[in-house]
Design a protein around this ligand. Structure first.
Ligand SMILES: [Zn+2]
Length: 186
């Protein structure tokens, strides 16, 4: 993707827009100190302006959910592990080189989810498939559990015991205060 330096007021094509997204993400990883909730939420909002109209055709349900999440995202709810930051650096380095739009969208989603759903992807993984475990709160029992991003297996967040799969369980990403209260982060 070449940057759109000769833009004479023409409507930018998709690659022009994705280049804007790349610039925003490259700016994010330019400084480790950017990894604070307010800066990250702003980068998500800035980049969303450029990508929403394309990604919504490929991932309509995800787009509806993300629009809702983005509007209500409270900076106080976000917690970042070292692994999440490490993953973001890797994913941004990958996305700026990605030429296939389909793959680009998948990487965009993995960057967004990787920073909004707590995980320790280098430290732990699913016993069944080695997939990434993400921390969610069961909204009925109000307990934090881990879900495998790949196979959907659920684990107790404290002792790591397997507790089945999502089924009828209603989950939302665990907030910082929930992770703190369960002793998952300090
Ligand atoms: Zn799994």
């Amino acid at each position: 993707m070449k940057s759109d330096k000769n833009n004479k007021g023409d409507v930018m094509n998709i690659y022009g827009h994705l280049n804007k997204v790349n610039e925003i993400f490259l700016d994010l990883i330019s400084q480790r100190s950017n990894f604070v909730p307010l800066v990250i939420i702003n980068k998500f909002k800035d980049s969303w302006v450029y990508i929403e109209k394309y990604i919504k055709n490929a991932h309509p349900n995800w787009t509806i959910n993300w629009n809702h999440t983005l509007k209500s995202l409270d900076p106080n709810d976000l917690a970042f592990s070292e692994d999440m930051i490490k993953d973001t650096f890797k994913r941004v380095e990958k996305i700026v080189k990605e030429r296939k739009v389909k793959e680009y969208f998948k990487l965009y989603i993995s960057i967004v989810e990787g920073l909004t759903i707590f995980n320790r992807s280098y430290e732990e993984s699913c016993d069944v498939c080695q997939g990434e475990l993400q921390y969610y709160t069961n909204t009925i029992s109000n307990t934090v559990l881990k879900e495998c991003r790949t196979c959907g297996c659920l684990y107790n967040s404290k002792n790591g015991n397997k507790i089945g799969s999502r089924g009828a369980v209603s989950l939302r990403p665990a907030t910082k205060s929930e992770l703190l209260s369960q002793g998952i982060i300090e």
